[in-house]
Write a protein that binds this ligand. Structure first.
Ligand SMILES: Nc1nc2c(c(=O)[nH]1)N=C([C@H](O)[C@H](O)COP(=O)(O)OP(=O)(O)OP(=O)(O)O)CN2
Ligand SMILES: [Zn+2]
Length: 127
């Protein structure tokens, strides 16, 4: 079995949303300080001994988070049609990060998105 390296970085963003069709107060405009944890799974090291530079992962995580920062999520594609739940936002961030980061030997394996200090969702497409 090949060696596996799991690398994790954190970043955050502030954004507002309303949950469509939600039977409660979250259907009203409100905001969160979202905390994002991104995990990359790698199977090889480079000559420096790094699977992938933490700086590279943080750069992509911050780039994607930055596109959501201080925005009303319901106005941004895909959330004009997809409800901006924590689940859907985590999946969106995962796919955006994967598209920008994945290589033959390192790929995004999970995104954990904290909506509050007490609730988070972890999204993965790993089997
Ligand atoms: N599975 C999900 N459940 C909820 C989501 C979600 O995205 N996925 N979102 C919300 C709302 O966005 C809401 O803002 C969060 O509410 P809640 O977790 O209840 O947070 P509170 O701090 O208001 O509640 P406490 O009970 O004080 O922890 C709701 N659910
Ligand atoms: Zn909310």
């Amino acid at each position: 079995m090949p060696a596996t390296y799991l690398l994790t970085v954190h970043t955050d963003f502030a954004a507002a949303h309303t949950l469509r069709d939600y039977p409660g107060d979250c259907s009203r405009l409100h905001g969160h300080n979202w905390k994002l944890e991104a995990q990359v799974r790698a199977t090889a090291l480079n000559d420096v001994g790094m699977a992938i530079d933490f700086k590279a992962i943080k750069s992509v995580a911050r780039e994607v988070a930055g596109e959501l920062d201080h925005r009303y999520l319901n106005e941004l594609p895909p959330f004009t049609t997809v409800n901006p739940t924590a689940e859907n936002i985590a999946a969106y961030i995962y796919r955006q990060m994967s598209a920008r980061l994945d290589t033959d030997t390192a790929r995004v394996s999970a995104v954990t998105l904290w909506e509050t200090d007490r609730a988070c969702v972890r999204y993965s497409e790993d089997t």
